[in-house]
Design a protein around this ligand. Sequence first.
Ligand SMILES: [Cu+2]
Length: 316
Amino acid sequence: MNIPGNIITLIAGILLTLISLWYGQNHGLMPIEASQGAAEVDDLFNLMMTIATGLFLIVQGVLVYSIFKFRRQKGDKTDGPGIEGNVPLEIVWTAIPTVIVFILALYSFEVYNNLGGLDSETSRDFPQEEMQMAENQNQGKMVAFNPHQGHLSLGIGNANADIEVDVNGIQYAWIFTYPDSGVVSGELHVPINKQIKLNMKAGDVIHAFWVPQLRLKQDVLPGRESTFAFNANRIGDYPIICAELCGAYHGGMKTTLHVESEEDYQKWIQENTFASAQEKADTMAMMTQPMTKESRLEMHSHHLGVNSETLAQLHH
Ligand SMILES: [Cu+2]
């Protein structure tokens, strides 16, 4: 049977397209989507996965095919043909990736914009005196702290939040303060289908607030506020991870985002409002006290599964 080469190429092309399209939707690499906006990020990722699968199959397919097809025959001692290049081919394989990269760049810019990445809105009005003080102190110098400059915000619906939570990132914990009720917590609780906005600051070094299931990640910086807005649409517990190497115990800087029903959220707020006054005082004392290496380690020892005696032995 003799099938013409271009028919085989056509069939291979159709098969390759179908496999790429199928795998682009069924790779199963992403965690569940728990926010509005997560689907948009996944659409972009799926498109990239589709293109990557196609390219992988073309490159590897040609490679494997060539290994068998052009294998040296027994007893063949001749040289291969002297090929010097192929200008049309080189133009084509430069042009196609260029177009792909441009499409992906525009598309990802669009997604980033939709997620609020370009919102220039400053989240909070700093008191006039504070602004003036910063200005006076920094006259003629590089301004290190200016809340109205270079504000970082990410998340849909930054401007109209139902609930705002202050976030403080410190080595190696996240502290959440609910300004309305005064609750201070090491875990983040939010009600489902509500516009949440986090006003984030770091107490020491740069951290990054990342919740994979929300498909959002934002830097948390000392001396500059950044925001993180989301609307969680799926009840569940999701990991909050520090995504910026911030020190020796960076890997332990994790906590949990609890997305709850409105009732459960209100119940949690009520339970914690009572206890929070004392806790807040303790936390503030802990944070303002200069920490020794030992006390800092001890604070996290229960996460690491070691007690203070073990730590003392390890640390001279
Ligand atoms: Cu960190």
